[in-house]
Design a protein around this ligand. Sequence first.
Ligand code: 6GU
Length: 225
Amino acid sequence: MRIDVLTLFPEMFQSPLGCSILKRARDNGLIDVVLTNIRDFAADNYKRVDDKPYGGGPGMVMMPGPVFDCFEYVEKLGTEKGRVILLTPQGQKFNQAKAAELSKEGRLILIAGRYEGFDERIRIGLGAEQISIGDYVLSGGELAAMVVVDAVVRLLAGVLGDEDSAKDDSFSEGLLEYPQYTRPSSFRNMKVPEILLSGDHGKIAEWRRRQALERTKKCRPDLLG
Ligand code: 6GU
């Protein structure tokens, strides 16, 4: 998968992309992440990318020109058109189903905004879909873009080893994950449930399923519908 990210702060992405699973996926050639700085497409000598909102009001709005020019440059870097996604609090809320859907694509083009928002003509002109990662306000779309990249990439074939397979993850079956334990079997007088030490794989699977259900009922009843 090719992932292009258009952002005013490409340096924010270096650390998440340079560690752990995302780093391994890049090193193994499973994903190609290309960061492009929208400011490089500013038209004036001050490198301006934002301006005051028409009609007044607080904050600044991302100008359409630099984002369009950046997008047109980035689009040509790849062979396929890809899904174009604006990260904005106005978007559809991101979830595991959306991550699975995006993981089927050959190319994603993510656009992270700063300031009070994008000039509306960016969304309309680029035919972009909008994604939000939750009902709270971030200072910009960069962290949201990283969340989307991480959730999508770990679903790609070959990214997770068998050891950290995604199939038992919370949400993948519409339930939270069952409780996990590792050594020691007794820690500060808290014991690992006996069943997990029993070696009876049928019983263990049944216990885990019941725990996942109970946990979901208690912590996230909304998931059970
Ligand atoms: Cl995508 N952007 C911003 N600025 N805030 C958010 C968000 C995105 N998703 C949730 N909050």
